[in-house]
Design a protein around this ligand. Sequence first.
Ligand code: HEC
Ligand code: HEC
Ligand code: HEC
Ligand code: HEC
Ligand code: HEC
Ligand code: HEC
Length: 362
Amino acid sequence: MIQGKIDNLNHYQHHHDMRTSTILLILAGAGIPAVTLLFSGCTKEGPMGANGKDANSTCTECHTTSDSIAARIFQYDASRHASGSLTYTGTNNACAPCHTSQGFDEVIVSNADTTLIGVSNAAPINCRTCHNIHKTYTLADYGLKITDPFMARFNDTVSINMKVNNGSSNLCGRCHQAIKPSPFPDKPTSDADSLTIASSSWGPHYGPQALIFAGSGAFQIGATSFGNSPHKDSLSCSSCHMAPALGNFTGGHTMKMTSAVTGSNIAPCKACHLTASSFNINNKRTVITGMYNQLKRQQAEANILDTTSMQIKAGKKYSQKQLAVLWNFLMVAYDRSMGVHNYQYIHDMLQSGIDYYTARGY
Ligand code: HEC
Ligand code: HEC
Ligand code: HEC
Ligand code: HEC
Ligand code: HEC
Ligand code: HEC
């Protein structure tokens, strides 16, 4: 599909007369007078005025004979972003901000949690969702669209700022963060206060990775405050997920860490964990998996977690502290790095939950 567009582009360059009207529209969007193209574009590489600027010359900062775009499209097409498997949810204005390109464009300007209305003709996340493609029509358009710190959805007074690599993780984090469900525990350490949960999908939503990475979003329910591993101060999401690509299997714009063919991509880990042979550095993923299974069992016995659906048993009252423990547990479940993103934080989240249930005999 995307490759088809590029084929069309070659088409423009060689037979632009067939597509002139489209090009005129594109150029009008770029603020480039169409007449420039009509004169300079008809004769290929025609003579240029002394200080004049050939509109086509900026296009060729990217659209050259090189494979640089093709390579990214090749990787990107294999990514889950490109699958657009959830783009259909974009007709709902609560889902459009993260599941459609147009919705993301709207909320990074409005700073709202929803779009005004659902998005029709929704586009999946694509090159122009993250980059400024065709904004100035220069190479600078490969810059990321937004890298500013942002206010978290779970609490709009909490600012998230992942500074490494000029804030590139803040782009990912706007979507890869928890959503605030209703009701939301406002006294998370209270066992006296309870809330009724109506929906079995109560929880932080599926992609809270940036909060875990930044060490935010969990309820501090134990006696000691949660710690953080040093990853957040020395790495960006792209350091690991966009490590040099192995074809279209891992790294680059596939953003994948693992593939069936190449296995786990531990190349980016080895820069620091010199002897790493898997993601299970110092056996810490095994430690987290054990803790995760223990808290899962305890919450099943406490009759709050349905371990088949991995959802809350709805239609009942729970103490705010039980909900806080479950929230932390689901954050770890949906994060899916099993300790890699922020080992100490994930450890402490699980430990405080285990302590809570152990003290109650589970
Ligand atoms: C920053 C690099 C860059 C520059 C500069 C650039 N393009 Fe593109 N262009 C792209 C990328 C990347 C795509 C692929 C977008 C996709 O497939 O989603 C693309 C796609 C296209 C397409 C296919 C249709 C579409 O919009 O997807 C056309 C036509 C096009 N560019 C024309 C131009 C013209 C004309 C200029 C100069 C006025 C220009 N481009 C400048 C990067 C660039
Ligand atoms: C704050 C951004 C955000 C919003 C808003 C959002 N989602 Fe998501 N959603 C995500 C991300 C990110 C993922 C992918 C997480 C991953 O794969 O780890 C995802 C994944 C999903 C999944 C896939 C779960 C799976 O098991 O693979 C479903 C279903 C889903 N979202 C539905 C919705 C619906 C329905 C709405 C609107 C009511 C919505 N989302 C709103 C960010 C969001
Ligand atoms: C989900 C967000 C996202 C999407 C979608 C995306 N990119 Fe990127 N792209 C990035 C990030 C992040 C970087 C790395 C920036 C960094 O680490 O400095 C990058 C880097 C690049 C670079 C290298 C730029 C440079 O200055 O060296 C190119 C070229 C590029 N992307 C092209 C594309 C193309 C073409 C597409 C569509 C097929 C695309 N990107 C889709 C996020 C994205
Ligand atoms: C516009 C919102 C948005 C942005 C920005 C974004 N993502 Fe995503 N990401 C999603 C959604 C939604 C999915 C699930 C897509 C689907 O299935 O339709 C996803 C899926 C993924 C997956 C695959 C998860 C799986 O289940 O295999 C990875 C890895 C990922 N994103 C990493 C990143 C990284 C790294 C960045 C920043 C460079 C980023 N994302 C930026 C919304 C976003
Ligand atoms: C230290 C390297 C590292 C950093 C930094 C990192 N991740 Fe991950 N991430 C991983 C590993 C390893 C996994 C587990 C992959 C596996 O088990 O195959 C993972 C899992 C994920 C997943 C689940 C889907 C998948 O690919 O397994 C998503 C989505 C994700 N990370 C997004 C992000 C986002 C967004 C950021 C930045 C906020 C980030 N990651 C930062 C290494 C990293
Ligand atoms: C920029 C350097 C750097 C990179 C790259 C890096 N890490 Fe780390 N990582 C660290 C540091 C420093 C620690 C803290 C070690 C400690 O506390 O003993 C750490 C801790 C960890 C821990 C917890 C280990 C423990 O004993 O506490 C795990 C698990 C981990 N990293 C996994 C990964 C994986 C998997 C990758 C690659 C996908 C990766 N790291 C990439 C620097 C890095």
